[in-house]
Design a protein around this ligand. Structure first.
Ligand SMILES: O=C(O)CCC(=O)C(=O)O
Ligand SMILES: [Fe+2]
Length: 255
């Protein structure tokens, strides 16, 4: 199956971002949510504002992955055949994602603006399950705009480096359930992304949501808002340093 990725480009955003509203079926969504739910409890890491599963395992302190296959339910049908048909990971070092984070957000939960960083090839592909959510994008604060706003280099910056004066997101993407969002290149390296801790996403419309024209169910947001429900994301990435298990001891410093 071939797919025209260009038709899915979010043209209002820096290169490159793509949004496919109907990436998986409702049955596939139900089945994936069942798989997420049936993972043994120790698979979950409870963070203060969301909970997280890491597949196949967490990265080492120096950003390496002890390579082992992803479970079948995270591979098929998402990677094989859908990502393959889109050719999105063709230029990544391992030609396919080798790492998946599963994030679950209850209403009121979110994730601070951040960048995904240098451990990964600069491409993230996110499948959304269960409910819609808005992803906020921010320009990284530069030395220049910190000084211009009178904010001292440390002082009022929060953990993610967003200053008080530029807290308003530059762009907002609405991720519907069953959708795929791809961010790569400048979108990955030059912008921060986050999810607001709120029970309602508001001020929604063509003026504020940069993928509005690509949405599947615009009518759900006619009033300009919706109540958050539990939303789960599967974020697929290629970890640059993947160490084969046979080499693990050598890698960890054994002789
Ligand atoms: O849940 C999402 O869509 C974003 C998650 C995220 O930014 C991350 O895991 O780094
Ligand atoms: Fe992220």
């Amino acid at each position: 199956m071939e797919f025209d990725l260009e038709a899915a480009r979010i043209t209002a955003l820096p290169e490159d971002a793509f949004y496919i509203s109907d990436f998986i079926t409702e049955d596939e969504e139900d089945w994936l949510l069942q798989k997420v739910k049936s993972a043994p409890l120790p698979r979950w890491t409870q963070l203060s504002h969301r909970r997280l599963q890491t597949w196949p395992s967490a990265l080492t302190k120096n950003n390496a992955l002890l390579a082992s296959p992803l479970p079948a339910w995270l591979r098929s049908p998402i990677i094989e055949p859908r990502f393959e048909a889109l050719h999105i990971f063709n230029k990544a070092p391992h030609k396919a994602p080798n790492h998946v984070l599963v994030n679950e957000y209850q209403p009121g939960q979110g994730i601070m603006p951040h960048e995904d960083g240098v451990a990964y090839y600069p491409l993230v592909a996110t499948v959304s399950l269960g409910a819609p959510i808005v992803l906020d994008l921010y320009h990284k604060p530069t030395k220049g705009n910190r000084e211009a706003s009178g904010t001292p280099a440390k002082g009022r910056r929060d953990v993610a480096g967003i200053t008080d004066t530029n807290r308003k997101p530059q762009y907002r993407i609405l991720q519907e359930r069953r959708s795929l969002l791809i961010m790569r290149g400048k979108m990955y390296t030059d912008l921060l992304h986050g999810i607001e801790e709120t029970t309602r996403d508001e001020d929604l419309g063509p003026h504020s949501i940069c993928n509005w024209e690509l949405l599947r169910e615009r009518e759900l947001y006619q009033g300009g808002w919706y109540e958050r429900k539990t939303r789960t994301s599967l974020t697929y990435r290629d970890v640059l340093q993947a160490v084969k298990v046979g080499n693990t001891l050598k890698f960890l410093g054994g002789k």
